[in-house]
Design a protein around this ligand. Structure first.
Ligand code: FAD
Length: 290
């Protein structure tokens, strides 16, 4: 089932994102988390891909597990950084053999052990090239999602220009967009307006990260370029040492954020679950009542 085929029937979709765990114990734990979250009947689940292919087998395995065990459409993330075009073709063929029909097509970032990697003629430079490659070689076999950045990508702070690059991804064959996390809903609304002005009609699903660890959040946002808003700082700075309080406030913040986004017309949510059952379960149950 291609994700885009759900859209005519569903004005809202809810999805969960996982990452491939490093140890056998955490892998088993993830499988039980997936089983618990499957009971919430999400529309799809996705699994990230380690840049350079480090986690490739696990990504495929997890997406296949989601589909076979839980009958929920799975989306495999795929980054093209550090891969040659031939390697990407082989990976896509392998994905096809494993019954995967949906890809989140990404450029990715050079991994820590190859920070200076730059693309040559045998590589892709941007994810739009990966989208075009998938369409050229696999036609309509795969549904394609791409990443969107409401505040502009960390390497392209010119929001207008970054939105134009997003349009290139859509013109190269992508079906819909999942956004980077953000905390100011106005950034999401302006982003969608910018894209609509450029002629992008596809769904732009907001990516929601529930706050559970404030210092971890600061580090991650520094890296990915998302703004930790004054509103977030005001709530979480004073309580950051109290894990339980942060967890509770994180739930309340995410619920408020999602409810406001729904009023703005957001087409559902993609939750960055961090491989945990909570707090996403509580948040989704509350948001579904809205
Ligand atoms: C929903 C989501 C899921 C993600 N999953 C993963 C994952 O599984 N694994 C992982 O490693 N990372 C993941 N990432 C992170 C992502 O790989 C990084 O943000 C990466 O830096 C950019 O990837 P991209 O696909 O957006 O790149 P691109 O769309 O190629 O953009 C990269 C940069 O190039 C610029 N650009 C794009 N096109 C052009 C052009 N034609 N000319 C000039 N500049 C251009 C963009 O503005 C941007 O600055 C995810 C991000 C999101 C939002």
């Amino acid at each position: 089932m291609k994700i885009k085929n759900l859209f005519p029937k569903k004005s809202l979709t809810y999805s969960f994102e996982f990452f491939p765990p490093k140890t056998p114990e955490s892998y088993q734990k993830l499988l039980s988390t997936i089983a618990q979250l499957a009971e919430l009947k999400p529309d799809f689940m996705t699994c990230t891909y380690g840049a350079g292919g480090g986690s490739r087998d696990k990504t495929l395995e997890i997406v296949e597990h989601i589909q076979k065990q839980h009958h929920i459409p799975g989306v495999a993330h795929l980054t093209c950084v550090c891969h040659t075009k031939d390697e990407i073709k082989n990976i896509l063929e392998e994905m096809k053999r494993h019954g995967i029909e949906n890809i989140l097509a990404l450029r990715g970032d050079p991994p820590k052990d190859q920070p200076n990697w730059t693309p040559g003629p045998e590589n892709f430079q941007y994810s739009s090239e990966l989208c075009a490659f998938i369409r050229r070689h696999f036609g309509d076999h795969f549904g394609i999602a791409v990443a969107g950045f409401p505040e502009g990508h960390v390497l392209c702070r010119d929001r207008e220009l970054d939105a134009k690059y997003l349009k290139t991804k859509m013109d190269s064959g992508a079906d819909f967009v999942i956004t980077q996390l953000f905390f100011d809903n106005q950034d999401y609304a302006s982003y969608v307006s910018r894209l609509r002005r450029l002629g992008v009609t596809a769904r732009v699903i907001p990516g929601i990260l529930p706050i559970t660890d404030y210092q971890g959040l600061i580090k991650f946002c520094n890296m990915c370029g998302a703004t930790v808003t004054d509103g977030v700082k005001k709530i979480f700075e004073p309580i950051q040492a109290d894990k339980e309080k942060v967890h509770e406030e994180g739930i309340q913040f995410a619920i408020r954020q999602c409810q406001e986004l729904l009023k703005m017309g957001a087409p559902g949510f993609h939750f960055y679950c961090l491989n945990k059952y909570e707090p996403v379960t509580t948040i989704l149950k509350e948001v579904r009542k809205s």
